[in-house]
Design a protein around this ligand. Structure first.
Ligand code: 5AD
Ligand code: SF4
Length: 470
């Protein structure tokens, strides 16, 4: 598709503001303060979408509550990545039948990745009549219009047709207060890893204009955000669709020029598109945190082939080797799937051995979950779950021991951290992050939140470090 067809025209976005005003007027005629309860599931991309949804709701006159029962509108911003995430949403819908019975005027909205799956939309249509509005990630920008349709007609609205998706700039946003912010730099995915539902629900890869990204990051830094994460399913293909010879490392270098005291991170990176140039750029740019999340998924080449990942174990190890040579002390994390259809025990142990060989700081480990409609879901999968669970536990054991050892190595050192909130731990009431994004629980006063501090590390376990300001 041509760029003009992808970028949603400013007039179309402006029209959404009219719908926001209409909704505001409608509610204020009825009562003073409509309440919305927004629950977001899943990844950071979804969290970022949730912040736009809240921005649009705020523009419609809503304030927010955590209590679904007292809300005029309940919105579930869903995730489809694994079956468990979907079950939770259906569980929540079940619970909402009670609040809807008490308050039949309550508007119930289902959006996000699950909503874009035809199978789910059909099930909601047939069996969850309490849901008033269903829309997928591609329709996010026209939420005010869809909501207005529901308010005006009191009929159920389903908007899940657009499978490619556009780029909408200038949507309102309600950000979490504090020092962390998320910036989507691109949407969608073209990779079609055989296990993954994302390309089916988030449409084709499309990059925001560099100028728009730069303006947003600059605004965030000026507003006091100190830990900014650039988001995309595969940030390494940023810019490919712009046909301007401008790629992710160029964006990083331009962002790095923005003055201020802040860290820039990014996720996720696909190893097939990670280049030495990316690591050179990370090494050169002072604001870019020396931290890399580079999902490898499997340590076995046959499985990688079946997953359609388009790199090998050897290529992955080479990348890590080069990245570490440019950035000694680089903090490395990854995603792994255990139990892909047809994976043997020996193949799963290749994953364990890769984990041992690389020595990740932390790992996000997942048991394979079949997603209807993906290629892998149709592959024979003879291994019993209990067997896969044993491989999974073995992997976890290796990783946990390693994380604990790496963390123990920090004890006695002085590190620079960013205090980012309260920890909920009485003895170490502050939470903070190192440049490598390791969690450090701190002794100290709330007034330190938002500041970069030097802290002495006094203790550690598998999941966190403990320390005090020096
Ligand atoms: N089953 C299990 N894990 C999955 N992931 C993606 N799809 C699946 C699936 N069907 C994992 C991958 C990805 C992370 C976000 O979720 O490891 O990197
Ligand atoms: Fe899914 Fe692969 Fe795209 Fe990541 S790169 S979202 S795992 S298809």
């Amino acid at each position: 598709m041509k760029r003009e067809e992808i970028v949603i025209p400013a007039e179309a976005i402006a029209r959404q503001r009219d719908f926001q005003e209409k909704i505001k007027a409608l509610f204020s005629a009825r009562q003073a303060h409509p309440l919305a309860c927004v629950e977001t599931f899943g990844c950071q991309q979804n969290v970022a979408d949730g912040q736009r949804i809240m921005g649009m709701l705020a523009a419609c006159g809503f304030t927010f509550t955590e209590e679904a029962r007292e809300a005029d509108l309940v919105l579930l911003n869903t995730c489809a990545i694994r079956e468990h995430a979907e079950q939770r949403v259906f569980g929540n819908l079940g619970i909402l039948t009670h609040s809807k019975r008490e308050n039949p005027e309550q508007i119930i909205v289902l959006c996000g990745c699950m909503a874009q799956e035809p199978r789910v939309a059909e099930r909601v249509k047939q069996s969850y009549r309490l849901v008033d509005l269903v829309f997928g990630p591609q329709a996010l920008w026209k939420f005010p219009e869809l909501l207005w349709q529901v308010c005006e007609t009191r009929k159920r609205v389903f908007s899940i047709d657009d499978e490619h998706g556009g780029i909408a700039e200038g949507l309102p946003v309600v950000r979490e207060r504090g020092v962390k912010a998320w910036v989507s730099i691109m949407y969608g995915c073209n990779n079609f890893c055989s296990y993954c539902i994302v390309p089916y629900v988030r449409g084709r890869e499309r990059s925001r204009d560099p100028a728009a990204v730069l303006a947003e990051v600059r605004e965030l830094v000026e507003a006091g955000y100190r830990d900014i994460t650039l988001l995309g399913q595969n940030v390494n293909s940023y810019g490919n669709d712009l046909d301007a010879g401008y790629h992710f490392p160029d964006l990083l270098r331009d962002i790095d020029q923005i003055p201020g005291d802040y860290w820039i991170r990014f996720m996720s990176s696909h190893p097939k598109d990670a280049t030495p140039q990316l690591f050179d750029t990370m090494a050169d740019c002072a604001h870019v945190a020396k931290q890399l999340h580079l999902p490898f998924q499997s340590g076995n080449n046959r499985v990688l082939g079946e997953m359609n990942r388009r790199y090998t174990r050897e290529k992955y190890l080479e990348l890590i080797h080069y990245a570490r040579s440019r950035m000694p002390g680089l903090v490395l994390t990854s995603d792994v799937i255990i139990g892909f259809p047809g994976e043997t025990r020996a193949e799963a142990m290749d994953t364990v051995s890769l984990v041992e060989e690389v020595g990740f700081d932390a790992l996000f480990t997942f048991l394979y979950s079949p997603r209807p409609g993906t290629k892998a879901a149709a592959m024979p999968d003879p291994t019993p779950r209990e067997e896969k669970q044993r491989w999974f536990d073995q992997l976890l054991e290796v990783q946990n021991a390693h994380s604990a050892a790496i963390h123990a190595g920090y004890v006695g050192k002085t590190l620079r951290v960013l205090a980012d909130g309260e920890s909920g731990d009485e003895a170490y009431p502050l939470s903070s992050r190192t440049e490598g994004n390791r969690l450090v629980r701190l002794k100290g006063d709330k007034s330190l939140i938002g500041q970069f501090l030097h802290v002495k590390i006094t203790g550690s376990n598998t999941w966190a470090l403990y320390g005090e300001p020096v």
